[in-house]
Design a protein around this ligand. Structure first.
Ligand SMILES: Nc1ncnc2c1ncn2[C@@H]1O[C@H](COP(=O)(O)OP(=O)(O)O)[C@@H](O)[C@H]1O
Ligand SMILES: O=C(OP(=O)(O)O)[C@H](O)COP(=O)(O)O
Length: 394
């Protein structure tokens, strides 16, 4: 990596603003998957042991510049404290006098987690004033939020203009591992794209078509493609304004000789719940008032075969609503196929895909679980990550 890391600078006694990605799944005020918290601990521990005053900042969810009570980071601070066996203080704001006075009270090695940075409208706008307000709290900036490195926001990019800025250990490791996998990819190279962030992910497919041999589509993302194929999708997730784009990608795949795999059958339900009525239907038979919430068994088998014949697989986004047991089978089948394919280098990206693999007890069978979904995809496409570009060169 040509960027400075925490190991290249002296942080003793310094106030360090460390951006982490604590955008973790939550339910009823509890963290339901702590992968991202655990992943950030080596950097936090290192900074603390070196005698820095560690000021952590993160986003959680998409509160759109407003305070949303359910998206406060208080439960995350508690969980981090438990995992580290150390007191982690929490501020109820992310800058300003109340935060400043908390920082003034810190001793070397102390850890303070700021409030959700996305409670401020300036965060996602990358407002220089907000970046300055963050920078005023610290002497050094460390970016360890690989999962948010594709965002040019005030706490991921703007702040780096105002402080000496280096990468954290997780950021360094992610860039290193993903960079090595991609510099000369083993083939067949397969990308599996699913999940629900259709708008974010659909553009990625264009670039992936330049790189991969096989492209597998699943999850909520699939139905915009299904519609583009001319089938009805009922109440399934759909981005109307991306249908033409989806069509153009299928044509591009054909031109490039990339094998494009789409669901052949799906599990449809009459309600978004575990108790819903559900049935398996062919892809051209989705009833108009039902919603497709998982890929079907025939599709799972097909995807399994493609995975088994691949040498490198990147997987981003679950195949269905795996959080509900009734719609977890497709995601489970893909995870199991990757676990069984011992000759295949498997890279899992995305908060939810990582959570799924963890939930199924298959995490240790994967070659690399990236903490970034969108970020790992953009990196693999060869795009610059603003959160990395902004850091100081070596
Ligand atoms: N068919 C579907 N319909 C609606 N939501 C879906 C469907 N398939 C998957 N999802 C949802 O997608 C979410 C994950 O999407 P996303 O954030 O894009 O993935 P990741 O975090 O792995 O990048 C999960 O909460 C899952 O329930
Ligand atoms: O969860 C994240 O992205 P991911 O779902 O692509 O892994 C990151 O924390 C970025 O969040 P964002 O997509 O709301 O900017």
């Amino acid at each position: 990596m040509n960027k400075k890391s925490v190991k290249d600078i002296d942080v003793k006694g310094k106030r360090v603003f460390c951006r982490v990605d604590f955008n973790v799944p939550m339910k009823d005020g509890q963290v339901t998957d702590e992968t991202r918290i655990r992943a950030a601990i080596p950097t936090i521990q290192y900074l603390s042991e070196q005698g820095a005053k560690v000021i952590l900042a993160s986003h959680l969810g998409r509160p759109k510049g407003q305070v949303v009570e359910d998206l406060r980071l208080t439960p995350v601070a508690a969980r981090l404290g438990e995992l580290m066996g150390k007191d982690v203080k929490k501020a109820d704001e992310a800058h300003g006098p109340s935060v400043q006075s908390k920082i003034d009270e810190m001793s070397e090695g102390d850890i303070l987690l700021l409030e959700n940075v996305r409670f401020y409208p300036g965060e996602e706008k990358n407002d220089p004033e907000l970046a300055k307000a963050f920078a005023e709290l610290a002497d050094v900036y460390v970016n360890d939020a690989f999962g948010a490195a594709h965002r040019a926001h005030a706490s991921t990019e703007g702040i780096a203009n105002d402080l000496p800025s280096v990468a954290g250990l997780l950021m360094e490791k992610e860039l290193d591992v993903l960079g090595k996998a991609l510099s000369n990819p083993e083939r067949p190279f397969t990308a599996i794209i699913g999940g629900a962030k259709v708008k974010d992910k659909i553009g990625v497919i264009d670039n992936l078509l330049e790189k991969v041999d096989n492209l597998i589509i699943g999850g909520g993302l699939a139905y915009t493609f299904v519609k583009a194929q001319g089938h009805e999708v009922g109440k399934s997730l759909l981005e109307e304004d991306k249908i033409d784009l989806a069509k153009s990608f299928m044509e591009k795949a054909k031109e490039k000789g990339v094998k494009f795999y789409m669901p052949k059958d799906v599990v449809v339900a009459d309600d978004f719940s575990n108790d819903a009525n559900k049935k398996v239907v062919a892809i051209d038979q989705i009833p108009s008032d039902w919603e497709a919430l998982d890929i079907g068994p025939e599709t799972s088998e097909l995807y399994k075969d493609v995975i088994q014949s691949s040498k490198l697989v990147i997987w981003n986004g679950p195949m269905g609503v795996f959080e509900l047991e009734a719609f977890a089978n497709g995601t489970k089948a893909v995870a199991q196929a990757l676990a069984d394919a011992t000759d295949t280098y498997s890279v899992i990206g995305g908060g939810d895909s990582a959570a799924a693999v963890e939930k199924f007890g298959l995490a240790d069978k994967m070659s690399h679980i990236s903490t970034g979904g969108g970020a790992s995809l953009e990196f693999m496409e060869g795009k610059e990550l603003p959160g990395v570009t902004a850091l100081d060169d070596k």
